[in-house]
Design a protein around this ligand. Structure first.
Ligand code: ZN
Length: 441
């Protein structure tokens, strides 16, 4: 079994919420020599230093500095951007609801644009963060209840004979997970407190989400597929981190961004529309003692890869794909194109990315929506509204996007790791009207 696929499934299992995903990445980056910074501290950055900074505990930027700070700032940034969040349900405040005096269910609301039906009839649990009072401090504790705890049972076919003819779910009535029998009243917060190792009475806030307990698996006649929760977009976040950790670059600044809240529009303090990236780049240049012209010059010469999963052609719905551009699972990294710029890719950035893939020896393929299907969008555009640089939108091909259990290819994660390792190790910059790719023949 492909090692990267195995590591990806383990990463996903340990990342039941965006907070856990960022924590897990922080551990791996720390092992790779990345030092933790805090936004509220003064930064004293060293040449050749490797750093990471989190915002809200659910977004992360890691960066590696060159061995010598550029004297004129003309060298740009090599950036990847992905997201830590996935569609799920958020548990509301005071979540327990009595039903028939026989059951306790939890009050939840939808987070993001999910496929709803895959959340029914499977074991679920809850994870996220608790805010805990400790003297005069409020501390954050990650929590994962980490056992089969909740279930959203379907209504029997006998009680709705039209159930298979398309159904619009009422999220306040039909999607509430069952938590326990009548004696479970008052126990939810106690279970969360126990799982976090804190006292229930000290909890003064929470951000808890449901997650699918079904483990990731590798399957298919030749073990060519893998399925897991949250492949969109933990697969790209994981591959970007691995690509960064494997890369070497003595000349350019390498940056790995993982934003939160992509599924709800990115317009939050830790989302791609926030100032997080711009603030970080500004502070890097301030710390290098660069002049005011250096940052816009560097941005003009920079390159960003916005990595968010893409749709493979579906075996049962071949008519949903463009007649010519039909990405397949295990066919390589997908370049996403959109005339209306829902994706940032243009001729220039596609050419640069194809060149990176060629150098890395990995395949790439193209996605364009059918002209009669509007499709989705991603975080590339939102991020460059804050820090404008040449950007390409790419992703890994998958099926069942926004299901609670998604399907992708065993080979594709490794393809992206190798492409991003090559990207981060390259010397790419704009010079007048050309893009220079050093190391290319
Ligand atoms: Zn996504």
């Amino acid at each position: 079994m492909n090692k990267s696929a195995c590591e990806l499934l383990s990463f996903i299992r340990q990342s039941p919420s965006p907070f856990h995903a960022v924590c897990r990445m922080g551990q791996e980056l720390a092992a790779g020599g990345y030092e933790k910074l805090y936004e509220e501290d003064k930064w004293e950055l060293r040449e050749g230093g490797k750093y990471m900074v989190s915002r809200n505990g659910s977004a992360l930027i890691a960066f590696a500095l060159p061995e010598h700070f550029p004297s004129h700032g003309e060298r740009g940034f090599l950036v990847t951007a992905s997201h830590s969040d996935s569609p799920t349900f958020k548990i509301k405040e005071h979540p327990e609801i009595d039903a028939e005096k026989k059951y306790i269910k939890l009050n939840v609301e939808k987070y993001g644009g999910m496929l709803i039906s895959p959340w029914f009839d499977r074991p679920l649990s809850a994870a996220g963060r608790l805010l805990v009072k400790n003297g005069s401090k409020i501390e954050t504790r990650l929590v994962d209840i980490d056992r089969d705890l909740l279930m959203i049972p379907s209504l029997a076919i006998h009680m709705d004979r039209s159930a298979n003819e398309g159904h619009k779910y009422n999220p306040q009535e039909e999607l509430l997970p069952l938590f326990g029998g009548p004696d479970s009243a008052g126990k939810f917060e106690k279970l969360a407190a126990d799982a976090a190792g804190v006292r229930e009475e000290d909890i003064c806030g929470m951000d808890l989400f449901l997650y699918n307990r079904m483990e990731g698996t590798v399957w298919g006649a030749s073990e060519e597929f893998l399925s897991a929760p949250r492949l969109d977009d933990l697969q790209c976040a994981f591959a970007s981190m691995k690509g960064l950790l494997l890369s070497e670059n003595t000349r350019q600044i390498r940056i790995h961004c993982v934003f939160d809240n992509e599924e709800v529009g990115s317009l939050t303090r830790q989302g791609a529309s926030s100032t997080f990236l711009k603030d970080t780049l500004t502070r890097i240049f301030d710390s290098m003692g660069a002049d005011r012209e250096a940052l816009p010059r560097a941005l003009a010469s920079s390159f960003m890869i916005s990595a968010d999963n893409a749709h493979a052609v579906h075996p049962n719905y071949p008519g949903k794909a463009d007649p010519v551009n039909r990405p397949c699972i295990n066919g390589g990294i997908v370049l996403k194109h959109s005339a209306n710029q829902k994706y940032t890719t243009d001729g220039v950035t596609a050419a640069v990315f194809r060149s990176i893939c060629r150098k890395a020896g990995v395949p790439c393929q193209d996605f364009v929506n059918r002209s009669d299907i509007p499709g989705g969008s991603t975080l590339g555009n939102l991020s460059i509204a804050q820090a404008a640089m040449r950007t390409v939108d790419i992703g890994l091909p998958q099926l069942a996007m926004h299901s609670s259990y998604e399907t992708a290819g065993v080979k594709d994660t490794e393809y992206l790791i190798q492409a991003l390792r090559t990207f981060y190790s390259s010397d790419i910059r704009a010079d007048k009207d050309q893009i220079i790719l050093n190391g290319e023949d």
